[in-house]
Write a protein that binds this ligand. Structure first.
Ligand SMILES: Nc1ncnc2c1ncn2[C@@H]1O[C@H](COP(=O)(O)OP(=O)(O)O)[C@@H](O)[C@H]1O
Ligand SMILES: [Mg+2]
Length: 232
């Protein structure tokens, strides 16, 4: 089986005027389709930079980045935007919901981006909100919900278009442990659903036993990859 993600010798530095900050220093990484893959490492080590490159929101300097059979390094900005809309769901620490929209409208955004009709998008969004336990809040604005509820909205938005890849950047750090557990239950691919690949960036030791594999980042490199559970 082809890996969902294959990264070779990836380098990335940020440049502000004459200041160069090297962040990724030759990362190699393979992630299989269906894996629940965690990336840990100290703040500032480059985790967000790495996942931004593999989603196509940030350009690398050199190296090979193949995601779901696409060579991201050779794609135009328009092609990358279409690739993301069709294939990637995002969950961020700060939820990134649109405050002026209801939660149903927020969750409908990925479907509208793919040109589904408003009525289809609204009903699929409502179905997904039901599945994350927010069926009674369909017309609420994000600011009226708790942090855990807002993160469930963000997860519904990430999953509503059934993307092959879901990328979560510190999705539970702002949440209490019970809510963090619920969030991981929603993100974990179902048994037998071997197609959705989920990448979770986290410092959160409370959820790390959920991973199929854990990689740790340091000095711009992936240093190790452990299998915390033998029975996956
Ligand atoms: N846009 C940027 N311009 C300059 N430096 C940046 C930028 N974004 C991140 N950095 C720096 O790159 C390093 C890695 O950042 P990041 O990938 O966000 O790390 P992490 O997610 O592991 O905390 C940090 O030193 C950070 O300050
Ligand atoms: Mg980060």
């Amino acid at each position: 089986m082809n890996p969902a993600i294959s990264i070779r010798d990836l380098h990335k530095a940020y440049r502000n005027g004459s200041v160069v900050t090297p962040v990724l220093n030759g990362v190699n990484l393979d992630i299989a389709a269906g894996e629940l893959f965690f990336i840990t490492g100290p703040s500032g080590c480059g985790k967000t930079t790495l996942v931004s490159v593999l989603c196509g929101t940030l350009n690398a300097d050199t190296g090979h980045v193949e995601v779901l059979g696409h060579n991201l390094r050779t794609m135009s900005a328009n092609q990358l935007a279409r690739f993301r809309a069709a294939n990637v769901g995002f969950v961020f620490q700060q939820f990134n919901l649109i405050p002026s929209l209801t939660i149903t409208e927020n969750v409908a955004v990925p479907l509208r981006l793919q040109n589904h009709s408003p009525s289809f998008a609204r009903s699929a969004a409502a179905d997904m909100l039901n599945r994350v336990g927010l069926g009674s809040k369909l017309h609420a604005r994000p600011s009226t919900l708790s942090g855990g509820q807002q993160q469930r909205v963000a997860i519904a938005r990430a999953l509503v278009h059934q993307p092959a890849l879901v990328v979560c950047d510190e999705p539970t750090s702002a949440l209490d442990s019970e809510t963090g557990r619920e969030i991981m239950n929603l993100l974990t691919p179902n048994a037998g659903d071997s197609t959705r690949t989920v990448i979770v960036v986290t410092h959160d030791p409370r959820i790390q036993h959920r991973a199929h594999r854990i990689a740790s980042m340091e000095d711009g490199l992936i240093h190790q990859s452990l299998h915390p559970q033998a029975d996956h």
